[in-house]
Design a protein around this ligand. Structure first.
Ligand code: HEM
Ligand code: HEM
Length: 148
């Protein structure tokens, strides 16, 4: 089950990134011409992000790349080691903030406050891009797609 969840977590990243891009583009066009699709995109994005959060929290507590790093090495050691710090702190904190922003943005879309939504979505995207363990990031590299 752990492997399946990790694969799901890997692939859901792409779903979130695509929906987030769509949400940003739509939130700009919706300012002049609102239609129903903005509401749908923001809802699907919210569900994908909340699901990712739930999977991620589970992984953080059960895998060796989260709480167990702190338990085994102590907080001070984890903070000094960039790989351990990424998994124990940076990934979860950055993603948590981004998902809160996506949740707030969904509320803005419901109130048709599209420019506020654009801003929140853009910050969330930048944040997510900065804390994904991209294959080119030294020490924390993970595959582009599950099982690669
Ligand atoms: C620990 C896990 C989760 C937490 C802490 C959480 C938290 C929240 C919060 C705070 C809201 C309120 C948004 C608002 O109305 O202001 C919300 C809404 C929502 N969440 Fe989650 N959520 C979690 C997991 C999930 C999962 C797993 C799903 C779906 C598979 C989900 C789907 C939704 C939906 C559909 C809404 C309402 C969206 C709307 O109509 O605006 N959430 N959640
Ligand atoms: C607060 C929410 C999140 C938490 C707590 C979390 C936690 C984790 C943990 C613990 C791992 C390592 C799993 C392991 O190797 O055992 C991981 C991997 C990963 N996370 Fe997250 N995550 C969260 C949100 C996200 C989001 C929103 C994205 C992307 C949009 C994302 C993308 C990834 C990717 C791409 C991997 C590597 C998957 C692989 O190795 O195939 N995470 N996450």
């Amino acid at each position: 089950m752990e492997t399946g969840l990790l694969h799901l977590h890997n692939i859901l990243r792409w779903v979130i990134l695509i929906l987030l891009l769509a949400a940003i583009i739509k939130s700009f066009s919706a300012r002049s011409k609102p239609d129903g699709s903005m509401k749908k995109i923001s809802l699907f994005l919210l569900i994908a992000a909340h699901t990712q959060f739930l999977i991620g929290i589970y992984q953080w507590f059960t895998s060796s790349f989260g709480y167990k790093l702190i338990e085994a090495n102590g907080f001070a050691e984890v903070m000094k080691n960039s790989t351990q710090r990424f998994w124990a702190i940076e990934h979860i904190t950055g993603m948590f903030v981004a998902i809160v922003l996506i949740t707030i943005a969904r509320g803005k879309v419901k109130k048709q406050a599209f420019s506020a939504a654009s801003g929140l979505y853009i910050v969330a995207l930048l944040l997510i891009l900065s804390v994904i363990p991209w294959p080119f990031r030294e020490g924390i590299a993970r595959p582009w797609f599950p099982g690669m």
